[in-house]
Write a protein that binds this ligand. Structure first.
Ligand code: TXA
Ligand code: MG
Length: 368
């Protein structure tokens, strides 16, 4: 018997309702969005995959309690299967499907930040498949802040396992067009929403120990968390090890398995420049001229004098634009200062650059 080859066609389901227009146009958009959510929910119920918008980045969703759906997510992304998925819920009641024990501090954090860009890790219930948690006995959960996605979760009646909806290793997607470029033909549908307003992934907070530990820095800062819990918050020490991990590395591995992989990388070689705003500008321009003289397409991305929140929102989109334009070398100015959003953005930027960093002195010379 001949084997049937199935070529999947990725459906675009329009759930965008914002924007101007007459009352009639708004009503039509509303109806279209409801229809889009209904179709997407059916796909999820039958074990299929739907990419969905969130405030942070687009996610690639499948039924979190269906091991086949979880496996299909890894296959579509080309993701290593020991890297656990975040489970997205729409109501706190769904937590009871995933975990038995929610510490009091976690309840306060939910009240304060959900729906929003905070993921919390709990001990998992037996019914959460290990294919969703990458073989771990814990499960990561968050409630995303996007109306269409919350409607999708409710309508499907499923908890949604959802990593970022990009091919593994590349920059995360902050628009539905990014998702289509990476995953067209590999997933059933994309629920189209607006561009993501946060732009970097959620803060991941381990709630399984005595003290909450940040495993991945993000929009919700340690200061905000401490203010709500009234206690200490720790950072995974691996977050301060700014070099790629290899087999000879004896420093403790990051507790979030995903943090050890090559990540967010554009196709171009990328270097991060640190120093004063003026020095970084001068250094970046000099490097670009040098690379261009070698016949390479090079650009400077100067984030140094900008607002870290704005950099968070646009970083991945800018790296993707470089890829589209065939850029071969990126000189990126580091985010200045030591604020917590800046730290989260630098975590992404350093990974994108494979931890290649140059210090620039005030006279424009390179120190390292
Ligand atoms: O903002 C976000 O969090 C986005 C949107 C789609 O919600 N999702 C996202 O998922 O960034 P992903 O799979 O790209 O990143 C999940 C991170 C990985 O670093 C993973 O290792 C970690 O969370 N993680 C998930 N479950 C974990 C667990 N049980 N223990 C430790 N780390 C976990
Ligand atoms: Mg990701």
């Amino acid at each position: 018997m001949r084997k049937k080859i199935v070529v999947m066609k990725t459906k675009l389901l329009d759930a965008r309702i914002s924007g101007a227009g007459s009352l009639k146009q708004q009503q039509e958009a509303q109806q279209r969005a409801e229809q889009a959510v209904a179709v997407a929910a059916e796909i999820l119920q039958s074990g299929g995959l739907v990419a969905f918008p969130t405030e942070t980045v687009y996610g690639l969703g499948g039924d979190a309690l269906n091991p086949q759906a979880a496996k299909a997510i890894y296959a579509a992304k080309g993701r290593p299967s020991d890297n656990p998925l975040i489970v997205h819920i729409a109501d706190e009641a769904q937590l009871a499907l995933l975990t038995e024990r929610v510490p009091e501090a976690a309840q306060r954090l939910m009240q304060a930040f959900w729906p929003g860009p905070l993921t919390m890790i709990f001990e998992k219930k037996a019914q959460v498949p290990e294919s969703t948690t990458g073989g771990l006995s814990t499960v990561a959960v968050r409630m995303p802040d996007d109306a269409a996605t919350l409607a999708l979760i409710r309508r499907s009646g499923k908890c949604l396992a959802g990593p970022s909806a990009n091919r593994s290793g590349g920059p995360s997607p902050t628009s539905w067009e990014h998702v289509l470029r990476d995953l067209d033909g590999r997933i059933d549908a994309i629920l189209q929403g607006e561009d993501c307003r946060v732009g970097i992934e959620s803060t991941v907070l381990d709630m399984t120990g005595q003290v909450p530990v940040i495993l991945r820095p993000g929009w919700i800062t340690p200061e905000q968390i401490a203010e709500v819990t009234g206690g200490k918050v720790e950072m995974d020490p691996a977050l301060f090890v700014n070099r790629p991990r290899d087999v000879s590395d004896h420093s403790p591995p990051p507790k979030a398995p995903g943090m050890k992989y090559k990540h967010y990388a554009p196709k171009a070689e990328m270097v991060v420049l640190q120093g004063s705003v003026a020095a970084v500008r001068r250094g970046a321009q000099a490097l670009v001229r040098e690379k261009e003289a070698e016949g390479r397409r090079a650009v400077a991305l100067l984030f140094s004098d900008g607002d870290p929140k704005e950099t968070a929102r646009t970083l991945f989109a800018q790296l993707r634009r470089c890829d589209e334009e065939g850029i071969e070398f990126i000189a990126a100015g580091a985010v200045q200062g030591s604020d917590s959003i800046g730290f989260a953005v630098m975590n992404r930027m350093l990974k994108s650059a494979g931890y290649q960093v140059l210090q620039v002195a005030d006279d424009g010379s390179f120190l390292k």
